[in-house]
Ligand binder design. Sequence first.
Ligand code: DX5
Ligand code: ZN
Length: 219
Amino acid sequence: MVEISTSILSIKENAIQKFYDLEVARTDYFHIDVMDGKFVKNDTSVIMKEYTNTIKQISNIPIDVHLMVKDVRKYVDEYLAYMPDRITFHYEALESIEEVKNIIQYIKENNVKVGISIKPDTKVEEIYDFLPYVHMVLVMTVEPGKGGQKLIPETLEKVRILRQYVTNNNIELDIEADGGIKLENIREVVSSGVDIAVVGSGITNTKNYTQTIKKLKNG
Ligand code: DX5
Ligand code: ZN
């Protein structure tokens, strides 16, 4: 059964009540979208820290941090403090293979699972060398930077290629997809080989989180 990581990016008012509702609805993860205004235009760095603080006080549900930032190390240090389940950075944010390997090592040394994310235009082949060292690949199904966008269908072909590659090479990792995932397309997302689906507005814009998450998990 697919796991659901609820993105809280689109939550604007009554945040605490909505976090409680997501806790009751048993989302598998809270997905924290950290944007620095440099790697992507939006800057959510302040609000996402506040939200993470609040979530940590009211829930033990694992935190799935998605860093859409240029200075990866700075934000990894910021979020290590919240003892998240996993921290995912963007491959495109770093300048060299060395830098990628160092940040992977650094996150793991701090006993946090590490994810590497690729934007829609980045080929999966570009990150093959890192796969044996990471716990998760986050395949962006929209251009990173905001919620409520439409899923880009071609990105699911990347998930299929990645699933085939890790199976052929006996590599154990989670494949997460993120952006534009809804009840209408979850079945196609899951059948492409996704383990964890990030859903933001497809959950937070609905009335009954428990019902929505149940339907999403049943694909
Ligand atoms: C986009 C974020 C996604 C987004 C998902 O940059 O990484 O997590 O918030 O929201 P929806 O599901 O509304 O596309
Ligand atoms: Zn995200």
